[in-house]
Design a protein around this ligand. Sequence first.
Ligand SMILES: NC(=O)c1ccc[n+]([C@@H]2O[C@H](COP(=O)([O-])OP(=O)(O)OC[C@H]3O[C@@H](n4cnc5c(N)ncnc54)[C@H](OP(=O)(O)O)[C@@H]3O)[C@@H](O)[C@H]2O)c1
Length: 393
Amino acid sequence: MIKENLNIGLFGFGCVGEGLYQVLNESKLLNASIKKIVVKNKEKERNIGAENFSYNKYDILNDPDINLVVELIDDADAAFEIVKKAMEKGKHVVTANKKMVANHLEELIEIKKANGVSFLYEGAVCGSIPIIRNLEEYYNNDCLTSINAISNGTCNYILTRLDLEKASFAEILKDAQLSGFAESDPTLDIDGFDSKFKLSILIAHAFGVVVAPDEIINLGIRHIKEKDLTYAKEKGYKIKLISQARKIDNTIEAYVIPQFIAKDSYAFDINFEFNGVLIEAAFSDKQVFKGKGAGAFPTGSAVLSDISSLQFLYDYEYKKRHQDGLQLATDFLIKIFVSSANEKSLNDITLSTVEESYTSKNYAYKVGLINKSQLTYEFYSTHPELFIAVAAD
Ligand SMILES: NC(=O)c1ccc[n+]([C@@H]2O[C@H](COP(=O)([O-])OP(=O)(O)OC[C@H]3O[C@@H](n4cnc5c(N)ncnc54)[C@H](OP(=O)(O)O)[C@@H]3O)[C@@H](O)[C@H]2O)c1
């Protein structure tokens, strides 16, 4: 039974906002319509009439007829203010802003509870893949043991092309920017920040622990060298940027680091802009989701699904929150591969055991265990000569 008619106030009419507008128009089943759209730039040409738009956020926030705010802007700080105010005014909120959700999740959950509204964000993680609602509803117990994801389409697109072509990282990145797969400032994507925002949201729904993104280590793909790709090919591996969280006793070991992926892994066949998620649970064993991780329609369809579930007053219940004693692990060992064109620079990183090492005139690497606490983004960003990846098992 449908419970609510939804009068939508939409913030943002860019890639996802316009995508949502179109998918909403195509959907006949929904009892929802967009009453007003707030955007920023008065000079921009739009594909629909000017009467739909406003530049004043209070035209939505102060409108008592609007009962749902859909927030699809590209400014996480402004988005947080909008979302907070909307919920305080008793409006449900749907967003796709992973940075905003990951950085403020604890506070947002409290605000939503205090105001008795729903707050949904399926589009924030892995585009069209329905992962959050699955973690909330299907895996609503404590049997889940691990979650492993390719959650950044830009990195996966670049890594796939590097695997297939002779072109350099810089050339492929430029091409990806021109064809809209990468932002003009690619830092959030290629240095793994975007993936860790998503991982922190996944951890909240998979394990019930709200983890600040700053607590998760992210080493991106920027330092990859041609010889690393050759090494991977010779061994029959691909390199993928993987977000991983694994429950070990009462801790969660989490990181975003490139990994060497063998042929029998689900991740081997997740290519180009596609995303994939592998869930492992005690009794259901392994399950894989694959789909388009970004773009107007894939993300628009995830937002549409949130809107549609709101007609039935759906909300996340965070059922696994406050499981006894479960917390993020600060200290654990990871088996890594570290390479450099200059053998001496490998001494800048201390492995606790070395299982394999190789040196030639212009390339050297080591494989061994390292304590996660030694791997920091600050260290990595000041050592561009090193490429670090999780070694294959
Ligand atoms: N693109 C994707 O594939 C994708 C996938 C998953 C999640 N997301 C998330 O979805 C959100 C939107 O991304 P997008 O790619 O659609 O961004 P976008 O194409 O850059 O569009 C951003 C929109 O936000 C509007 N805007 C910016 N600041 C505003 C403000 N203070 N008040 C009102 N409107 C404002 C812009 O207005 P103007 O039109 O006037 O410039 C524009 O319409 C982001 O949080 C992003 O992380 C995107």
